[in-house]
Write a protein that binds this ligand. Structure first.
Ligand code: HEC
Length: 267
């Protein structure tokens, strides 16, 4: 490299540093004047804040309503009838929540605007052994602390809880004149809790909708009914082939400890 070339190289480098200094120098420094913007549309892209007013739309709403007939995603005719698509179909149904009886436990509202609860678990729910067992498992996780494993309101927390949690053996649960006899009410209580009714908005029972989805809430409802019915049963209600086994189990539990008594020995 000759002396001349070196000078030229240094000049070019120096110029480059200088230019980039001018460009970047205006960023980051304390300065009262507004910053230079070389691509203003990238720095300040136009946007509307939620709930703000728009001069563009005739109804002045920045928050646009979906076009009439918009569905959550896809449509059932686009989703193929293959097993892998079942999950997505279910997801869409869960988003739309069109089936009020299943998703809300109500048939609608009466003339005073009060919800009308379904009396029985909707027919779209298959009540079988698997469902009740699922209900038992979920109940033991989410409800037993207050309502007790047996649903007799003798849970760990219940002694300290005000009001006292409901016992599912209370006759009101079987009284057709009482809302507690309606399965939709049980479902509703699980998902949305029970308000205390006071102006402070406190809940007598907290809502479990965040943890228990609709399917599980119906499963728990079925199990709550099973618990309620369990004490009215006699040995004659048990299929003959299973009576011996059950009686043996009962005699094995001579002095029920809290764990044994609370699950009734049922696994
Ligand atoms: C933190 C304690 C607590 C938990 C956990 C709890 N509950 Fe309750 N529950 C209560 C209390 C307290 C009441 C009584 C409310 C009242 O008397 O107003 C109650 C009442 C009820 C009632 C009767 C509502 C009525 O008054 O008609 C049902 C049904 C019920 N619970 C079901 C459940 C189920 C099912 C679960 C599990 C998903 C559950 N609860 C979890 C505390 C709890």
């Amino acid at each position: 490299m000759t002396m001349n070339q070196l000078t030229r190289t240094l000049l070019v480098v120096g110029l480059g540093v200088g230019v980039s200094g001018v460009v970047s120098g205006c960023r980051g420094d304390r300065e009262d004047a507004p910053p230079r913007q070389f691509f203003p549309d990238l720095d300040d892209s136009p946007k509307w804040k939620p709930q703000s007013k728009s001069d563009f739309y005739s109804d002045s709403r920045t928050m646009r309503k979906p076009v009439v007939g918009t569905v959550a995603f896809s449509t059932s005719s686009f989703v193929p009838a293959e097993a892998w698509a079942d999950h997505w179909k279910q997801k869409r149904t869960d988003l739309l929540k069109e089936d009020r009886e299943f998703y809300e436990g109500i048939t609608g509202y009466d003339k005073d605007g009060k919800p009308v609860f379904v009396t029985k678990i909707p027919s779209s729910v298959v009540v079988d052994d698997a469902l009740i067992r699922r209900g038992q498992e979920r109940f033991n996780i989410y409800c037993s602390a207050c309502h007790g494993y047996l649903g007799d309101a003798k849970g760990t927390v219940s002694a300290l809880y005000n009001p006292v949690p409901a016992s599912f053996y209370d006759p009101t649960f079987a009284d057709p004149k009482n809302v507690r006899s309606q399965d939709g009410w049980i479902f509703h209580t699980i998902r949305w809790g029970k308000p205390g009714g006071g102006a402070d908005g406190k809940m007598n029972m907290p809502a479990y909708g965040h943890a228990v989805n609709e399917r599980d809430a119906w499963a728990i409802t079925a199990y709550v009914r099973a618990l309620g019915a369990s004490r009215q049963g006699t040995i004659e209600d048990v299929p003959e082939a299973m009576r011996d086994q059950l009686l043996k189990k009962r005699s094995a539990i001579s002095t029920p400890g809290p764990g044994v008594a609370s699950t009734g020995g049922v696994k």
